[in-house]
Ligand binder design. Structure first.
Ligand code: ADP
Length: 676
């Protein structure tokens, strides 16, 4: 009932019945009023109590009591689980712990806590994105070649995920005492300059300079309070190895920004890893530089060797050539010994120069084996042939034993194998008097493509003390100090031989006793080429008689050095070649070859006006057939390829071995005549 109506009624009743006490009257009115207020409810209860039985009422009451108990328990559990939450905000926990906490307050706590969780999840997601960006950025940094480009790409990846407005990577340039920005970035959605946050675009460099000392001591610099220049920034030092390289900066200009601990630790790790990657780059570029320097030094060394060998060989050519000619011109008996010593010394000097060149080439790993088809029988025979004069001087026989089963055509490097055999066989001849030297090739086995060979060079000479068996393979080592005096030599031959055998993936072995001769042996695995069907053809080169005379052929000698021309002309005359024309440089040579046809051209390589390579190229443009033999004082191994590439047929180094040169001439002239 309306309270004012209530008061009115009470006053009226007192007026009409003042004898009634006020308390009961008021209670009566309250009851009437309540019954009005609860009329609907009471009526419903009354009505329901009239239609439901007492038992039903009891059951309903019990159910209600049960539900109430369950509700109270659930509420208790809800409170309990909220209390168990570890990350519950402290103020929420206080509210929760208050004694009379009501349901709406609990609901508010749950709502607030959900918000806290959502924020934490967002932070975690950002951390994860930042971590991913850091991993990708570092990957770029490690795989890219150019450091500045790589740093920029890497930083871009990271700053986008960092939430910063502005970021940069700065290298400390000690010479200028200043930072060099390697990378600078500003968020496209933010224009701090326009808003006047920063006084000038280089402000962050000022900031870096101000904290340089701190950064140089590898301390990060964090600014979290609001300042006009930079509301929040995080500068992280970058150390490459042990030295301070520079720093990485992340700036947040929108509002005071606190970098949370997890973010900071990711960024600090990023700065550290960046330093590691920069260090790697530095080491890599130092290595590249060192390699380039080493290559330049090797090139200089090989050029030096080439020039020196050229310079020494040219006069040596004259010494050896003329000594040879003098010895063949029936010298007086008292002159013969001197001439022989002269020849011996000059030839020894030549061997030394050749060996030195070869050794340095092999040492620097510049020698690679080639694979061409060749006939090992033929190779061994020609080596024997070239050593015969020396063997005859020592009254020593040279025998060849070659397994019948050896395939006619092997695939390998005949030049290097020949060098090994020449070294071993010439040592054997050198150290054997009144005895024999045997070059033996045994087949140990074969499969469809390869055969296994053992090559032995055995002699009956002076032999080698057991304690020298290892030493003689070292460079410049001879078994006995009197060796050079008596036999000549440099002590390089076996060192080269061992390295060459190793290039063939094998190992050289020695058996020897003083006074009982020596046996050097090694095994080879070589590809072979299946023999053609006509067996008679396999030894054709041996049965074909070679015309031994060169009489009447026309020869052009292109050479600028008159001494060399004289030596060559004298040998040619001995071989009945008297139609010799001389050109003093490449250009004259080309002219002469254009004017007249020759059967053979000798071409010096280093000449004024036009060098031999160019001249040969020009001659080949109008004359594809005439054999051209390069004459060179340059004994570098690659000269052969250059000479062939220039269109020449062969080459001979000066000083030349007359017998070898004669064989070459015969072969070339014969081949061209055959082709014509
Ligand atoms: P060198 O130019 O002196 O011959 P090598 O390296 O070829 O240099 O040989 C080194 C030394 O090994 C020789 O000086 C010699 O003492 C010894 N030697 C090599 N081969 C034989 C051999 N067949 N018989 C005896 N001694 C040998």
């Amino acid at each position: 009932m309306n309270p004012s109506l209530h008061k009115l009624l009470l006053r009226q009743l007192r007026n009409y019945a003042p004898e009634f006490p006020a308390g009961p009257l008021e209670r009566l009115l309250q009851a009437v009023s309540d019954s009005y207020a609860h009329y609907e409810r009471d009526r419903e209860i009354l009505e329901r109590s009239m239609i439901i039985s007492a038992q039903e009422l009891t059951e309903a009451n019990q159910r209600l009591r049960g539900e109430l108990a369950a509700g109270t328990e659930a509420y208790g559990q809800l409170l309990e689980s909220l209390r168990l939450m570890e990350d519950l905000r402290p103020d929420l926990r206080e509210t929760l712990d208050a004694s009379q906490i009501r349901l709406p307050a609990v609901a508010q706590i749950v709502k607030d806590q959900v918000l806290v969780r959502k924020l934490a999840e967002q932070r975690l997601l950002r951390q994860e994105q930042l971590l991913q960006a850091v991993a990708q950025g570092l990957n770029r940094l490690l795989t890219s070649q150019d450091l500045d480009d790589a740093l920029s790409a890497c930083m871009l990846e990271v700053v986008r995920a960092s939430g910063a407005d502005l970021a940069g990577c700065y290298q400390w340039i000690a010479a200028r005492q200043d930072f060099r920005p390697v990378f600078r970035w500003m968020s496209s959605t933010y224009t701090p300059w326009a808003e006047g946050h920063a006084a000038h675009p280089g402000w962050e460099l000022d900031l870096l300079a101000a904290h340089h000392e701190m950064l140089a001591h590898k301390q990060p610099f964090l600014l979290t309070e609001d300042t006009e220049a930079c509301p929040a920034c995080c500068l992280l030092p970058v150390a490459a190895g042990d030295t301070f390289w520079g720093c990485i900066g992340f700036f947040q200009l929108r509002s005071t920004f606190v970098w949370d601990a997890a973010h900071l630790s990711i960024l600090a790790n990023f700065a550290q890893s960046t330093g590691g990657a920069i260090y790697q780059h530095q080491i890599r570029s130092e290595l590249v530089q060192a390699k380039e320097e080493a290559e330049a030094a090797t090139l200089a060394k090989s050029q030096f060797l080439s020039i020196m060998s050229h310079e020494i060989r040219t006069p040596l050519n004259a010494v050896i050539g003329f000594t040879h000619l003098l010895l063949e011109d029936q010298p007086r008996p008292d002159q013969t010994d001197n001439l022989k010593t002269l020849k011996f010394s000059a030839e020894n000097l030549l061997v030394l120069i050749n060996d030195l060149l070869d050794y340095s080439k092999i040492e620097s790993g510049k020698v690679e084996l080639e694979e061409t088809e060749f006939d090992l029988r033929h190779l061994v025979r020609s080596i024997r042939q070239s050593l015969l004069p020396r063997a005859e001087e020592n009254r020593t026989r040279i025998e060849i034993r070659i397994d019948e089963a050896l395939p006619d055509v092997l695939a390998g490097d005949p030049v290097r194998l020949g060098q090994i055999l020449v070294n071993l066989a010439s040592n054997a001849v050198k150290f054997t008097e009144d005895g024999w030297v045997r070059i033996q090739v045994r087949m140990l086995g074969r499969d469809d493509t390869h055969c296994e060979l053992e090559i032995r060079v055995r002699d009956t000479g002076i032999g080698i003390e057991p304690q020298m068996h290892e030493k003689i393979f070292e460079s410049f080592t001879q078994a006995n100090s009197s060796t050079t005096r008596k036999f000549g030599g440099t002590g390089l031959g076996l060192a080269i031989t061992r390295k060459l055998v190793e290039l063939f993936q094998s190992r050289i072995e020695l058996e020897s006793e003083p006074g009982k001769g020596a046996t050097f042996r090694f095994r080879l695995r070589m590809r072979y080429v299946a023999a053609p069907q006509q067996p008679a053809a396999s030894h054709q080169h041996e049965v074909q008689p070679a015309p031994r005379s060169l009489a009447g052929i026309r020869v052009l000698v292109v050479e600028d050095n008159p001494v060399n021309v004289r030596i060559l002309a004298q040998f040619l005359r001995k071989w009945d070649i008297d139609r010799v024309e001389v050109a003093r440089n490449g250009a004259e040579g080309v002219e002469a070859a254009r004017r007249q046809a020759f059967d053979l051209i000798f071409m010096d390589l280093q000449m004024p006006v036009m060098n031999g390579m160019e001249a040969a190229g020009q001659i080949r443009s109008f004359d594809p057939h005439t054999p051209i033999i390069a004459l060179t004082a340059d004994a570098m191994p690659e000269i052969r390829d250059l000479v062939l590439a220039a269109g020449m047929n062969d080459y001979t180094t000066k000083p030349f071995n007359p017998n070898v040169l004669y064989e070459k001439l015969i072969r070339l002239v014969q081949a061209v005549n055959g082709a014509r």
